[in-house]
Write a protein that binds this ligand. Structure first.
Ligand SMILES: Cc1cc2nc3c(=O)[nH]c(=O)nc-3n(C[C@H](O)[C@H](O)[C@H](O)COP(=O)(O)OP(=O)(O)OC[C@H]3O[C@@H](n4cnc5c(N)ncnc54)[C@H](O)[C@@H]3O)c2cc1C
Length: 605
């Protein structure tokens, strides 16, 4: 795994060149490697040995507290002590000014070792959002204490009746008294409502939990404003703090209504939280205390600020679960004797059995996993590099990175969620019956990975975002920028005899995606265009992955001599021969705006 990361980071992405930018000038390949080494070690020592423990010892509520295994406490402590929570922050903030590319690569080790022990991604996302939209006091009291590991953070968007459609949330926030605007931590409101699915919503891992909550401030008529326009964002600490960040000793009116019992990802608690129901009245009154972040009615805009990174994080988690299954099944296939090779004269039962890795079909399943997971890892790192470019490149390149990220983020989130999950399924298949038991780790990887198509925007919602918004925004410039990069890769590949055939196939795929995009929108009717948004996203994603693989293959020196390079070229070839041709079927229904699903009446199901 480390060798793959090193190749992708340095031989392919040239991440060491980031040190030429002023923000990263104190860094070097050595400092980057030191971060990777540290994370690899912590993941190996504090995470990997407990992956099954956290699956079996699900979080439980003893009536007062949520109990988690001791290993979870230790893993969280080790992560916070490593400084990784604030690694990307300014030196002034106590950070390391680490490029996001390196941070994302280093965090990949934790996904591989035990994806659900840590919930640091939420804490970082929460604190980062406050750095951008919070007041100085909010940054000092909440964000800094999250970066140093004293507090942890959550994101409270979903409600029992409002998941994909956040415009329908009903949590309300009303000003807390006539002088509600005079509080040092921000305008003070009282919140009331239920938040569903809140990850890390209750635990004893940190001194306090800082909830970032979306709620609606009623209009003058006392009614909630329909749509997303009425949504505002609030900091709601589990325990109240003073203006210096000290706990006041008083609980806020946030109560655990219940724990969700999940298919996987069990190391992280998942909660239904009741805000303001009066279980812990503050000042004798029901209503959870919340401090407004940013401006009223702009909550969703603030929340979406961190979405690109959150989605790259989800995509990377999906990739690493896929990788974990790949390594487990590779190991198994090398050791499991079963069956005999088929020679020209059929099978010879007098011969000893071979190991299953010698069967072509098992190799197919292994190569599929490798091509999905290594390709998707490359995509995630590419997107992470775009995040760095957006922040630190020259203005024109930064703007190009921003727009490319808009287009690529739905793929970075969704493609691994679907295909690295498929990799996990193949890892089970390679194990045969053993893969279906809890005696082997692969079933857990599949269960853990099944979440990723659901949260951070479901597959369907991401697809609608891609076809409905991203490829058409700014006059389709994002798609054009992507096409330019794909073309540049093709032009280089066409010069290499071993890659020219792939370059031509990619050129055709790019054209097909482009023409299908136009055909989908030919009538200008969103209902028709978006009815097949998921097949569109599948085809788009496969085209992107083919491009990534071709670009990665170009980083393999001609006349290579190491097996790893042979493996990379083999995985690229697999992708072009077995995967890319699938896009024809997906794009066909998009191009014809096929209404088979959309128009089938409910009674016919
Ligand atoms: C383990 C876990 C952790 C989570 N953590 C958090 C968290 O920390 N904070 C948080 O706020 N939320 C969290 N979520 C919530 C998650 O984001 C939602 O589950 C998700 O957004 C989907 O919402 P829903 O469950 O209400 O499903 P629904 O929105 O009801 O969707 C059900 C199905 O209908 C489809 N669908 C819905 N609307 C449309 C449409 N307009 N067009 C086409 N198809 C549509 C969806 O794609 C989906 O397949 C978590 C969820 C889980 C399972």
């Amino acid at each position: 795994m480390r060798a793959i990361l090193d190749f992708l980071l340095y031989d392919w992405l040239h991440a060491d060149q980031l040190t030429q930018r002023p923000r990263f000038a104190d860094h070097s390949r050595e400092t980057f490697d030191a971060v990777l080494d540290t994370c690899e070690r912590i993941a190996r020592e504090k995470y990997a040995p407990f992956n099954r423990t956290v699956d079996i010892e699900e979080p439980r509520f003893d009536g007062e507290k949520v109990i988690l295994p001791r290993a979870t406490h230790e893993a969280n402590r080790a992560y916070a002590e490593s400084g990784m929570l604030s690694a990307a922050q300014d030196y002034d903030e106590g950070g390391m000014q680490l490029p996001y590319t390196i941070e994302a690569a280093a965090n990949a080790f934790f996904g591989l070792a035990s994806v659900s022990i840590g919930s640091s991604m939420l804490t970082k996302g929460n604190a980062n959002l406050l750095l951008v939209h919070g007041t100085e006091a909010q940054k000092a009291v909440f964000a800094r204490n999250e970066f140093n590991g004293r507090f942890s953070g959550t994101m409270c968007l979903s409600e029992p009746q409002a998941g994909s459609s956040l415009s329908d949330i009903t949590t309300r926030a009303v000003p807390d008294g006539p002088d509600f605007e005079s509080y040092p931590l921000g305008p003070r409101y009282r919140l009331k409502g239920n938040k569903m699915w809140i990850s890390a919503g209750e635990h004893e891992l940190t001194e306090n939990i800082i909830h970032l909550v979306l709620a609606k401030i009623p209009g003058p008529d006392g009614k909630l404003i329909p749509g997303t326009r009425g949504i505002s964002l609030f900091i709601v600490p589990k325990k109240l703090v003073d203006a210096q960040g000290r706990l006041t000793g008083e609980r806020n009116d946030v109560a655990l209504a219940g724990l969700n019992h999940k298919l996987g990802w069990r190391g992280t608690t998942n909660t239904l939280l009741n805000f303001g129901e009066g279980k812990f009245p503050v000042g004798g009154q029901p209503g959870a205390i919340g401090y407004l972040v940013g401006r009223r009615h702009e909550g969703l805009r603030c929340m979406f600020h961190m979405m690109n990174e959150a989605r790259i994080g989800v995509g990377t988690a999906a990739v690493m679960l896929g990788m974990a299954g790949y390594y487990a099944s590779l190991e198994y296939a090398k050791n499991r004797p079963q069956g005999r090779p088929v020679g020209p004269a059929g099978k010879d039962a007098s011969q000893p059995q071979v190991r299953i890795i010698e069967h072509a079909d098992v190799k197919r399943m292994l190569l599929a996993q490798k091509s999905y997971c290594e390709g998707a890892l490359a995509l995630e790192l590419y997107c992470a590099r775009l995040v760095d470019d957006q922040r630190t490149a020259a203005p024109e390149a930064a703007d190009e990175a921003r727009l490319l990220l808009e287009v690529l983020t739905p793929i970075a989130k969704s493609w691994p969620s679907e295909w690295c999950l498929e990799a996990n399924s193949l890892a089970i298949q390679v194990h045969g019956g053993y893969g279906y038991t809890r005696d082997f780790p692969v079933e857990q990887y599949w269960r853990d990975n099944r979440l990723n198509m659901i949260h951070e925007g479901t597959h369907g919602i991401q697809a609608t975002d891609l076809l409905g918004r991203k490829v058409v925004m700014e006059g389709g410039r994002g798609l054009q920028l992507l096409a330019a990069r794909v073309n540049a890769t093709m032009e280089r590949a066409i010069q290499r005899p071993d890659l020219a055939e792939h370059a031509n196939a990619l050129g055709k795929a790019l054209q097909d995606v482009g023409s299908a995009t136009k055909a989908a929108w030919a009538t200008g009717n969103p209902g028709e265009a978006l009815a097949n948004a998921v097949p569109y996203m599948q085809a788009f994603g496969h085209m992107v992955l083919a491009w990534i693989w071709l670009d990665v293959a170009l980083a393999v020196p001609a006349g290579f001599s190491v097996a790893a390079d042979q493996g990379r070229l083999g995985a690229a070839r697999y992708f072009f021969h077995y995967e890319l041709p699938k896009i024809g079927a997906w794009l066909n229904v998009v191009r014809t705006r096929d209404a088979t699903c959309a128009q089938l009446p409910e009674e016919a199901f």
